[in-house]
Design a protein. Sequence first.
Length: 98
Amino acid sequence: MLGLTLDNQSPHWTDFLVGGVRIGLHPPFAETVESTNAGWILCLQVTDIRALRSKLIDSAVTVSNYHDTPAGAILDFCDPDGHSLQAIQPGVFIKDLV
């Protein structure tokens, strides 16, 4: 309906290409930060997940520790309304961030 280009689809991860940006969605994992809203989680690709985590912490946002996926490191956090969000830096893993 929205005219998004489906790139990958599975029960655990689906992503779309939108104007050169990849938007990923997946169901929540048990280790995600506390959220007041359930449902699929929006995951945004970033080029520097370490810098994003520092900026979020400096802004008093509660963030998780990094966790690895086959594609790269993920960071969980919530927006001011309690919606779970994630950021991923593909090709970078926890061992690269510590």
